[in-house]
Ligand binder design. Structure first.
Ligand SMILES: [Zn+2]
Ligand SMILES: [Zn+2]
Length: 448
């Protein structure tokens, strides 16, 4: 029999766990049907997705049952299923010693945000932290998290991206070594256990119900959380009725920017990087034709690349699609014979190795799709975006891409160039967002 604490604050499919728990435990759980049917519409109670599809599929129950396609990644929820959950009892001990063992120093703007976060956690409020790329978001959370953990509160830090979770989990574990913690994601080799601190992908939140006193969601603007109603619902469902939610982002979307502007949500804006240098402002340059239509000798992009190579300046070259990348590779191999370069995209099995090679300065440049738009740091690089007017480059993507430059205190400068044939709204808005943040940073005396 499994330990019943594994059910605290979770919402699981009864059929899947039935045989692992005693009758007594199952009795204590609350149950509800997996779907609510109303006026011919099926609403999945796990992910809140509504569907009119009534077509059933042969099911183990002997009937033909409908199932939810939206949350299928977490196991099929069928029309005949029941969802089961056991209330989270909050049995974590309060601590008399500080939970936080991190001894780093915060910048002035980090300190201010850190106190605001603490206050919001205390008052069970929502707050959004809009911090530019390279502001040092994680450290700002530590103080408030420590205080909440000392009070016995249960905390979840969720991100839409697995690599962010993988990076954060060990940092949190060493900041709060005495606190039980777990890293949970699809395909993880560690079994789920009941811990006071959980780091997880936003998808996994669908399997929780009223579990956390504090939920922190990192990169709310990143795929797939961005625009995914089921994941937003999951985050709501995973929080207790009285809880605090902290959203972190470097690039909030338009509706979030509006909410911040009109004070519809409490917010902290951090316009400066931790090293106090301004964000590099992208330069827009017009391309006459696509890279494939023009001779390399005449192309402004290629001339730019040649200059950088001659100066021995490392750079990232962003291209919008894998197919353009694949057409460019043989041309580049011929034209840049004497240079060391690689190319990466989401389907590349060697992507980690190539990124490491670039980081260790073994390459002159790395050609990439938007997979490297966020989460990666290379010292001392320039960034060039080809076809910046392509639809994959949203305002947020362009701000994130520009944010790859000048991140280290040793090399806070660098150039970002957007090459495009047309001057799109996302390009304009991205450049404006960066300029506005620099202005605000200077006004507040946070940029030197
Ligand atoms: Zn569902
Ligand atoms: Zn069935």
């Amino acid at each position: 029999m499994s330990d019943h604490t594994l059910l605290y604050g979770r919402e699981l499919i009864l059929r899947e766990i039935f045989s692992s728990y005693s009758e007594d435990v199952i009795k204590q759980c609350s149950k509800r049907p997996a779907f609510t049917v109303e006026k011919g519409k099926y609403t999945c109670n796990r992910c809140q997705t509504v569907s009119r599809l009534k077509k059933g599929y042969p099911c183990r129950c002997g009937e033909r049952c409908y199932y939810c396609r939206e949350c299928i990644q977490l196991g099929k929820v069928r029309a005949c299923d029941e969802l089961i959950s056991l209330a989270e009892p909050n049995q974590f001990q309060t601590l008399t010693i500080p939970a936080l063992k991190w001894e780093g120093v915060l910048s002035d703007q980090q300190k201010e945000a850190s106190l605001a976060i603490h206050e919001s956690m205390n008052r069970n409020e929502k707050r959004i932290i809009w911090a530019v790329t390279g502001a040092g978001k994680t450290e700002m959370l530590f103080y408030g998290m420590g205080k909440a953990l000392e009070k016995g509160k249960r905390i979840c830090l969720a991100s839409p991206r697995i690599d962010v979770c993988l990076e954060l989990a060990p940092r949190l574990h060493s900041a709060f070594p005495e606190v039980s913690s777990l890293l949970l994601y699809g395909g993880s080799e560690v079994d789920y256990s009941y811990t006071q601190l959980l780091v997880t992908t936003t998808h996994q939140l669908l399997r929780f119900k009223e579990a956390f006193d504090v939920i922190i969601i990192d990169e709310i603007d990143a795929f797939p959380f961005h625009l995914n109603a089921a994941l937003h619902f999951a985050a709501e469902k995973a929080g207790k009725n009285v809880c605090s939610v902290i959203y972190l982002t470097a690039t909030p979307d338009k509706s979030m920017q509006r909410k911040i502007k009109y004070g519809e949500i409490k917010s902290s804006i951090l316009p400066a990087r931790y090293h106090k240098h301004p964000l590099p402002v992208p330069k827009g340059v017009r391309m006459k034709a696509s890279l494939l239509e023009e001779s390399f000798e005449q192309s402004a992009v290629i001339r730019h690349l040649n200059t950088l190579l001659a100066q021995k300046k490392k750079f990232l070259l962003f291209v919008p699609t894998i197919s353009l990348m694949e057409s460019l590779v043989p041309l580049f191999e011929q034209y840049f014979k004497c240079s060391r370069f690689e190319w990466v995209h989401s389907k590349d099995p060697c992507r980690k190795e190539k990124v490491t090679d670039m980081r260790e300065q073994k390459l002159d440049f790395l050609m990439t799709t938007t997979i490297l738009e966020r989460g990666v740091t290379f010292e001392h690089i320039d960034v060039i975006v080809v076809d910046a007017d392509h639809e994959v480059y949203t305002e947020a993507a362009l701000v994130q891409i520009a944010g790859r430059v000048g991140r280290s205190a040793a090399y806070p400068d660098g150039e970002v160039t957007f090459y495009s044939r047309t001057w799109t709204r996302p390009i304009k808005r991205a450049i404006k967002q960066i300029t506005d943040m620099n202005k605000l940073g200077i006004e507040k005396g946070l940029i030197i």
